[in-house]
Design a protein around this ligand. Structure first.
Ligand SMILES: O=P(O)(O)OC[C@H]1O[C@H](O[C@H]2O[C@H](CO)[C@@H](O)[C@H](O)[C@H]2O)[C@H](O)[C@@H](O)[C@@H]1O
Length: 257
């Protein structure tokens, strides 16, 4: 092939079909939080799970068959604070599959001391780059540069250096980069929760928007279910697609009836 020939823009992956009504019958629901149940906004600390969302999760929890889990890069402490009482009833997987809580049982590793030093370095970077924010999490520390996009390259380079020095995993996200406890992902979360009641023996359906949700789509598919990609079409292991968080909520609202 002659690289000098301009062949125009690469073809975009096709839009995935919407999930059919009834997909959640006899299925367990695994759902991402930011970008899936709520829109992405400038500041991570200003995200709110409104009453309608809490009530929707409660109705999905009340379905007679299958379980429901929120599977997030957020920590379980953050999910508890945002979701309110329903967080105590549903299963939660936080910190990118690092920590879990289901049926009142908690499982999580020890927080490594290296995270404190890493967070200190991130805070120094944020002070030197106006608009950059640090998010402190139970098993990670994130640099957010949505309000200072020019800092992206330096933020990523800093995170890579700290990751190489500490063994912490470097986790990219939407306009952010995070250092976190390594060894888990959302696929690990799905496989772990699917081995336990009320999910065991059901079909998993995983809904998410980010690249970190792809291991969840793959695990759900391999366990006999499927993934639902939220947002613009891209190469994905998901079988179905929904346009945005409003479409997710509307589809879910039809599924608990
Ligand atoms: O797995 P998720 O539930 O999707 O969480 C992924 C990360 O979401 C949050 O950051 C993202 O949302 C923020 C609020 O809308 C936005 O400002 C930021 O740019 C996004 O990257 C959260 O703050 C992270 O801890 C999660 O890992």
């Amino acid at each position: 092939m002659n690289p000098a020939v301009d062949r125009g823009p690469l073809p975009q992956p096709p839009r995935l079909p919407e999930p059919p009504a009834g997909l959640l019958e006899g299925a367990s629901l695994f759902i991402d939080f930011d970008g899936t149940l709520v829109d992405l906004i400038d500041r991570p600390d200003e995200v709110i799970a409104d009453e309608r969302l809490r009530a929707l999760l409660m109705r999905l929890h009340d379905r007679p068959e299958g379980g429901i889990a929120v599977v997030s890069g957020r920590s379980i402490a953050q999910l508890d604070a945002m979701l309110g009482p329903v967080a105590q009833l549903i299963a939660l997987s936080g910190s990118h599959g690092t920590e879990h809580r289901w049926n009142g049982i908690s499982a999580h590793p020890v927080r490594p001391e290296t995270l404190d030093a890493a967070e200190t370095e991130l805070r120094a970077f944020a002070e030197a780059h106006p608009g950059v924010m640090v998010e402190s999490k139970s098993f990670g520390a994130a640099l957010h540069y949505r309000l200072a996009p020019a800092a992206e390259a330096a933020a990523r380079s800093l995170a890579r250096r700290i990751g190489a020095e500490t063994g912490l995993a470097v986790q990219p996200g939407h306009m952010m980069i995070e250092l976190r406890v390594p060894g888990s992902d959302k696929g690990v979360a799905v496989r772990g929760l699917m081995g336990r009641p009320p999910m065991a023996g059901t079909r998993p359906v995983f809904i998410g928007d980010d690249l970190t949700d792809e291991p969840g789509f793959i695990a759900a598919t391999e366990l006999g279910g499927c993934g639902v990609l939220v947002g613009a079409p891209r190469e994905s292991a998901a079988r179905y697609g929904l346009a945005d968080s409003a479409a997710v909520r509307a589809w879910l609202a039809g599924e608990h009836a």
